[in-house]
Structure formats: C-alpha cells, structure tokens
Design a binder for this molecule. Structure first.
Ligand code: BTN
Ligand code: 3PY
Ligand code: ZN
Length: 631
C-alpha cells in the first residue's frame, strides 16, 4: 500500500520529492509507516529504559524533580531584524549598515559555541526550537544567532541521532527576522580534513539555503586555503565573514611572529578576497583587554570592514576584553546567554548589555527578555549534567596552553579516557611544548586536534620535546601529525620547521601548495547514485548527499539507526538520554500537529532468551515491545 500511494502521490509524480518528503508526507503512511514510526520510537525508548544510554552511563544524572524548561511568552510579533535587511538589500548593505551603528551589535552563540564549549556539543534541536520563537519576538535587535556549523554538524548525526539539516530548516523557519550564523572551517568544511573544492562548494550552496552569515576561518590562518569557501559564500548572496584567528600575544615582544602587523596584513588579504565583514576569532580567549584596544583600532584604521569579535571566557577576563573592544570601536561581538556563558564558553550576554547601558555603545537589547530566555536555558542546561565537563573556576593557565574553548573539555575527556586526568597540568604544558615544536601555529579545529593528539601521545609515553626532536630516536607519530606535516591542512605562516617535517616524514617531501589543488573533484551525481543503491533505493536528497560527502561513515551509521529507531529527535531530552519510568507519560510531536502519546506501563522480567518485554500505551492502545537485556 505504501509503494502504491507513493507512486500516485502528486509530489512524487512531479519529481520534486526528497527523502524528507517521504518522511514527512503523512498520506503515504496511512497504512503502514505511521504505525511503524511509533513502533520504532517505542523500540528506542524500551531499549534505553532497559539498557540505559551508552553516553550517559556512569555520568552525573539530572535531578528527578527538575523544573521543566518553559520558553518565555512573546511580547510582540517579531519585529523587522537584520534578516529582513539582508533579504531586501543584500550582504553588502548589511555590512554598510553595521559600520553606521552606534550600538554594539550582539550575536547569541548559545545554540552553537555555547553548548559546544560547555556540554560537548550535546544540545538537542528540540531544546533550541522551543525557545527560537521567543528570540524572534523578544530580541529582534540581535545581530545574528550562531546556531550551526563547527562541531554541531557531526555531533548531531553521530551522537544525537538527528539530521543537522533539519535543525537548520526548523530554526530558520522559527526565526524569520534574525540572521542565522554558522562556523565554517573553510576547505575543511565542517569536518577535520581538507575536502575537494567541489565538495566545499556544494556544501556551502546547500547551507546557504538556511544560513545568512558564514564565519569562514582556516586552522592555520592561510588565506590561500580560504578562497574556495569564501567565493562560494559570496556567490550564494549571503554574508561572508572572512576571519582572522588570534593566537599568541601582540604585547609580548617574544611572540613577534603574531604581531599587529601580521593581523593587519591578514585582514587586508581577507578584504581583498571579498569578505563583507572581518571576523576576529579568539578561539582560546587569549586577547587581553589592552591588546584588544590596540588591535581593533589598527584593524579599523587599516581596513574598511566592519569587525565582529569572538572570544572565550576561559581566563575569566573576557568581559573586560569585550568592553575594551567596544571602546575601540568594534562593530559586533559574540556572547552567550547568561546560563550558557562563562568558563570555556563566551562571555555573558546580560552583563555586557548592563555594562554598556547608558553609554554610547548601549546595545538597545531588552534585559528582561535576556533574563527570561536565560532562565529557559538554565532549565535546559540542568538536563545535560552528564555532559558537563567543566572548568570550575577561571584558569589563567589558558595563556600557557592556548587551547581553544571548544577543545578544552574534549581534550580533558580524552585525557580521562587514557587514564591521564590526574596529569592534566602536564598535558597542558606538553600542549604548549608541541606548539613550539611545530613552529608556534594557530591552534583551532582541526590543527588544535593535531597538537592535542601529539600532546596526549607524549604524556602517555613519557616523551619530552627534546626526546621527540632527537634525530637518533625513533618516534611513532600520530597519523594526524603525519597528515599535517605532509601539508594536508595547508601551510602556517613561514611553513613548518624543516627539522620536524623531516623527522615526521622521514625524508618524504611535503606538499606546500593548497591541498585542494591536488584533490580530484568528486563526481557528485555518481556518489548520489552509489549511496542510493547502498541504501536500497532510498532517494538521497541534497542535504543527505552533502552530509554523506562530509562524513560518509557517520552518515550511513546515522541512517541505519534512523531506520531502526525513527524520529527520536522528537523525544523529550530526558527520555532520549534516560528512557522512561513505569507510570510515566510523555508526548512526541512526530509531525506538525501529529502527536504520539506514550505511557510506559511496566517493564517485565528478563526471559530465557535474554529479552525483556516493555509494556506501553501508544495513543491509548496497548503495545508490547521486546528488547534484549544487554546489561
Ligand atoms: C549513540 O550513537 O551513541 C547515540 C544513538 C543511540 C544508540 C542506540 S541507544 C540504544 C542502542 N544501544 C546502544 O548501545 N546503541 C543504540
Ligand atoms: C570549531 O571549529 O568547531 C570551533 O569551535 C573552532 O573554534
Ligand atoms: Zn569559539
């Protein structure tokens, strides 16, 4: 019946269908699929209720009596915002408008860097979507909403069993007046490796359907390796924020490699490359207040671009840096909503708004709305205690290791899994040593991962920098280090030191040209056909295809689980990570207006086959699901 319905459906006949059409078009499933999706979701809940979720096992659990996260009511219908300006006048007009503003413009990072830096990127779409309309209605003055890209893309597929593209479509629809913003790792896309040029172009074209501002950076600050991505953004008509990553210390005469001249030079290159806005990305939070004053002034004087500043509060002093930058004339800054701010995340939105009130950089943001939305986020954050990997207090040690906020907690978790948690401060020192050994490079995804891999290897094997560099000593370098020394992430300013390249590559010649120049284009349509065949005729749309091109295995694993468990993204967060208790009732809206009411009645004993019966009511009908007891 399903196939018969599909073949007759007008959208199918018109050839404009996508996989989402099949997933979302209720008519087709009148016989089978509707029940199927319910069953799949029940299977997931039963499995998690019996066996637990692998990701939360052994971690702190949220309190049983958490107050529900309730989004604040709308104060008004969404007023016109930056998105309307972009739609009406285009990207250059937004950049011109930015420069004319007196108020400091604010980007909210809670939905991307905020949870990436505090909760290992584990925030689920449902928790973002509930509050998105409140942002649109109550904070229409925000410059943009950073809500996509960086690590959120693969984590959605890999750990949250969600389609990142669907998240983007839903957020875009919920905030029609606000510009959406993403973090794009230039030729590394939203991955950890250099992709062929046409894969990057295809990805940007697809992302531009939902993203308005692209912050484009390169992990070694190599403008040459940013052009393909920047050109693709400009071509899409969206805003290209060409970005300088900040490292070192411009006030330190011993770190002369990254001085003001260096940053101004790179900014000019980005301006010439077509950037509408200059991003200043301080991913580790190293820019000190006095340095910010000098750097922002120089960048304003030497380029014609509006400046958008991004930092992290790991040191505890980022608020002061924001105020200094505001003083020096920065146009826009990033902040996280109070409950998702501080520590390895961005500085606190509400405090910035208050600090600038009644000054000439007054943000014009309604503080009451900020507090209400932050209260919502506070309740959301409490559900994710399992993923808090936290820094308990500000840490000036960041000036030693220079780890990005988005990497800090990850590396700490990796160190823990290697039994090195007690030796964290050694890891930090070694990370700094590796940076010097590699010639003092910018450390941000993916180059930061390479430095982290090397540091963990050295600490676990008890190797010092001197020993690694000793030509008479044989060292097995991590694959990522070999890859970077081969030139596969591009070149840092001045290149990598010859001695370490020789040692790592054992005489093999590195490629010092742009990696994309040596990567053959992918036959995109052939890839679509192959994937479709592999997925038994599943019709692969452009979103799926671009996900697969970035992460082939991750995407296929996600699809396999999607077929087994159905639309689990619609489950409440507690249910997703902890399952249900007998007597508990939840609802899940699997399609707009289509709700599953799920009640878990009881969990049976484990039978002789090692299976457990879980008794549910689904929309009032009794249902029994069997799952293996794997405990
Ligand atoms: C993940 O990939 O870790 C998250 C997706 C959920 C995996 C499901 S949870 C129930 C079942 N048990 C497992 O160990 N994996 C799957
Ligand atoms: C990312 O690339 O995910 C980052 O957050 C870099 O700062
Ligand atoms: Zn960041």
């Amino acid at each position: 019946a399903f196939v018969e319905n599909l073949l007759k459906h007008p959208t199918f006949l018109s050839n404009e269908y996508t996989t989402k059409f099949i997933d979302e078009t209720e008519d087709l499933f009148r016989f089978k699929k509707r029940r199927d999706r319910g069953t799949k979701v029940l299977n997931y809940i039963a499995d998690i209720s019996v066996n637990g979720h692998p990701e939360t096992e052994g971690r702190a659990a949220p309190a049983a009596d958490l107050k529900p996260a309730v989004a604040p009511a709308k104060r008004a219908e969404p007023a016109m915002g930056t998105r309307n300006l972009l739609e009406q006048k285009g990207a250059q007009a937004v950049a011109d408008w930015m420069k004319k503003q007196k108020q400091l413009l604010l980007t909210d990072t809670t939905m991307r860097d905020g949870h990436q830096s505090l909760l290992a990127t584990r925030m689920r779409s449902i928790d973002m979507l509930k509050v998105a309309p409140s942002y649109a209605a109550n904070l229409p003055q925000l410059f943009s909403m950073e809500c996509w890209g960086g690590a959120t893309f693969d984590v959605a597929y890999r750990f949250l069993q969600e389609c990142p593209w669907q998240r983007l479509r839903d957020l875009r629809e919920a905030m029609p007046n606000l510009m959406t913003q993403m973090l794009l790792r230039a030729s590394n896309g939203v991955g950890y490796t250099n992709y062929p040029d046409n894969v990057v172009q295809s990805f940007v074209a697809e992302a531009a359907k939902g993203i308005d501002v692209f912050r484009v950076f390169d992990s070694l600050n190599w403008v040459e390796n940013m052009r393909v991505a920047m050109d693709a953004v400009v071509e899409s008509g969206k805003i290209c924020e060409g970005t300088v990553c900040y490292t070192g210390d411009i006030l330190d005469p011993n770190r002369a490699k990254y001085d003001i001249k260096y940053y101004v030079g790179m900014a000019k290159e980005l301006e010439a490359a077509g950037a509408h806005v200059l991003g200043l990305k301080d991913m580790a939070g190293l820019l000190k207040p006095a340095s910010a004053r000098l750097l922002i002034r120089a960048l304003k004087e030497e380029t014609g671009l509006p400046i958008h500043f991004h930092t992290h509060d790991t040191s505890g002093i980022a608020g002061a840096t924001i105020l200094a930058a505001a003083d020096a004339g920065v146009d826009a800054v990033d902040a996280a909503m109070d409950a998702f701010s501080g520590g390895t995340s961005q500085p606190c939105m509400g405090s910035i708004v208050e600090a600038l009130r009644n000054t000439d950089r007054d943000t014009g943001i309604d503080i009451k709305s900020v507090r209400e939305i932050s209260d919502y986020w506070e309740a959301v954050r409490a559900q994710y205690t399992a993923f808090e990997s936290g820094l308990a207090a500000p840490a000036s040690e960041v000036y030693l290791h220079e780890m990005p906020g988005g990497q800090f907690t990850n590396l700490k978790a990796q160190a823990r899994s290697l039994g090195l948690e007690e030796r964290w401060h050694e890891v930090a020192q070694t990370y700094a040593d590796v940076n010097q050994m590699f010639g003092d490079i910018v450390k941000v995804t993916p180059s930061s991962k390479v430095v982290g891999d090397m540091a963990l290897m050295m600490v676990s094997q008890g190797l010092t920098r001197e020993e690694v560099e000793d030509p008479s000593r044989d060292v097995a370098f991590p694959d990522s280090v070999v890859d970077m020394m081969r030139g596969n992430l591009g070149q840092p300013p001045g290149g990598f030191p010859e001695s370490i390249v020789d040692k790592v590559l054992k005489g093999e010649q590195p490629n010092i040209e742009r990696p994309g120049a040596h990567l053959a284009p992918v036959d995109i349509e052939a890839t679509r056909a192959e994937l479709s065949k592999e997925l038994e005729g599943f019709s692969v749309d452009d979103e799926d295809l671009n996900g697969y091109l970035m992460y082939p295995k991750v995407f296929k694993d996600y699809m396999g689980r999607h077929r087994q468990y159905g639309p689990v993204r619609t489950l409440p967060t507690r249910t997703f990570f902890y399952g249900m208790e007998p007597g508990e009732e939840i609802t899940a809206e699997i399609d707009p207006g289509k709700t599953l009411e799920i009640r878990l009645q009881a969990v049976g004993e484990t039978d002789e086959n090692g299976e457990v019966k879980v008794f549910f009511e689904l929309n009032g009908q009794p249902r029994v699901i069997r799952v293996p007891n794997r405990l």
